[in-house]
Design a protein around this ligand. Structure first.
Ligand SMILES: C[S@@+](CC[C@H](N)C(=O)[O-])C[C@H]1O[C@@H](n2cnc3c(N)ncnc32)[C@H](O)[C@@H]1O
Length: 439
């Protein structure tokens, strides 16, 4: 481990002065929010291994846990898991402790004032490591990733993200400007923030720096100003650089966290109309290379947010729409854990009286399009609230709920029922609301 202590001394004061996030203790991540869904270990494990794992007794690390809001989300999203939080800011850890106490978190947990680079000194190894909004602050992100890999179990998964150099280019330009005019030295101070605010107020409104980087919130919100214009140690990279970081750390890319929002194909009106040479080039690329193309064309994501793990742990599986018929009857269907809420149960119960579309995205926002499903499937979803079911059992249930063809009034043949339920499940799996475990 290299000695990064002077780097930590540069980062720490900002988070001791203002632990991040500065949400009040009583704020709850929301049982069914997309934020909570992002913290579920079951989901990335399914993305890589196509198997559904239970969080009970798993070990989860929040690396750079700050004031503990995401530790709280990790606790709620992963019932029965052991939690560990580390951070270099003692004040942030104090707030994390208060937050977990305030919410009476039932998971066993431990907090340590420790840099990520020194994780190997702790007596733990982890199934899941969450390193959210932290890696870009490390002096050597590859060394940080390697330190996390050293405490990752063989089938473990790391979620880590870096700032996008392309999406945040305007802020990096401003950070250079502030450094040139004497800011960004030592710890952040209120005088420095006042200097930035006054300078920006003096700028003409048409100046690009103001148009592109100045928001009304920066006038009053110290944390937002500090974490953009005056962010100490903030580094942005591209997806191509991130691939190199992973290689240097001995890790393998699994998937983007919000992978549905990184679809290169969707950036073109019709991908079939691309010049053949371009199409062939793209087709010969790895997924990581294609993600780099995506951000060159459309750098909309502040974070390059991804899952990775030890190499060679993934299992290949054809897309569910290509599965042969014989695989389906004994396939087990699991509801997304964050969809299993009292509110969704009540929605399904109400659907017995109010036929129509069930707006699934109102109960769980997976990062895609709004999704509604026909209420004729309510009985299938309802039984999934009590545990996984085989596809055969769901087909039977659907047939009991919808026995007759509405036009001919003849019984619906089992092949058609099977096809209907299968199409429904394929759509839900692709949208991220269920997981399918083949026998
Ligand atoms: C932007 S905050 C993010 C906090 C939390 N992960 C979240 O997303 O809410 C960054 C945190 O990383 C911590 N940090 C920075 N460098 C670190 C390091 N080398 N080891 C451990 N923590 C670090 C800071 O003290 C700060 O609390």
């Amino acid at each position: 481990m290299t000695d990064s202590s002077s780097h930590w001394d540069k980062i720490r004061p900002q988070f001791d002065a203002l632990p991040y996030p500065n949400h009040p203790l009583e704020k709850h991540p929301g049982r069914d929010s997309s934020d909570l869904a992002k913290h579920n270990y079951t989901i990335p494990y399914y993305l890589r291994n196509h198997q559904v794992v239970d969080s009970t007794d798993k070990w989860i690390l929040d690396a750079g846990c700050g004031s503990g809001f995401k530790l709280l989300a990790l606790a709620i999203a992963n019932p029965g898991a052991n939690l560990v939080g580390v951070d270099i800011s003692p004040k942030s850890l104090e707030m994390a402790q208060q937050r977990l106490d305030y919410h009476n978190v039932p998971n066993p947990f431990a907090l340590h004032c420790l840099p990520i680079e020194a994780l190997a000194t702790l007596p733990y190894s982890f199934d899941y490591i969450n390193c959210d909004d932290v890696l870009y602050l490390l002096e050597d992100p590859a060394a940080g990733l390697a330190a996390m890999r050293s405490v990752l179990k063989s089938a473990g998964i790391i979620r880590a993200n870096m700032h996008s150099a392309l999406q945040r280019a305007d802020y990096y330009r401003m950070q250079k400007f502030w450094a040139k005019v004497g800011c960004l030295e030592g710890s952040a101070t209120s005088e420095e923030m006042a200097v930035v605010r006054q300078t920006m107020a003096t700028l003409e409104d048409w100046v690009l720096a103001k148009e592109q980087t100045w928001m009304p919130a920066f006038e009053t919100d110290d944390q937002r100003l500090l974490m953009n214009h005056l962010f100490r140690g903030d580094t942005g990279i591209t997806m191509a650089d991130f691939s190199t970081l992973l290689q240097r750390a001995g890790l393998e890319f699994i998937s983007m966290v919000n992978w549905r929002q990184w679809n290169l194909e969707e950036l073109f009106k019709n991908i079939e109309d691309l010049p053949i040479a371009v199409a062939l080039n793209i087709a010969s690329m790895t997924l990581e290379e294609q993600l780099y193309l995506f951000e060159l064309l459309n750098p909309i994501h502040r974070l390059l947010d991804l899952y990775c793990g030890h190499p060679g742990q993934g299992r290949d599986r054809p897309p569910v729409e290509d599965w042969p018929d014989e695989l389906w009857p004994n396939t087990m269907v699991h509801l997304h854990p964050q969809l299993n809420t009292a509110a969704f149960r009540a929605c399904l119960e109400a659907s017995a009286e109010n036929l129509g579309l069930l707006p699934l995205d109102q109960y769980l926002k997976v990062d895609g399009q709004p999704i509604g499903v026909d209420s004729s499937f309510s009985s299938c979803l309802y039984i999934l609230l009590s545990g996984p079911q085989s596809v055969a059992a769901l087909v039977q249930r659907w047939q009991q709920a919808c026995p007759l063809d509405l036009i001919t009034l003849q019984p619906i043949p089992v092949e058609r029922a099977f096809q209907t339920v299968r199409d429904f499940l394929v759509g839900l799996e692709k949208a991220g609301y269920i997981m399918l475990e083949a026998p």
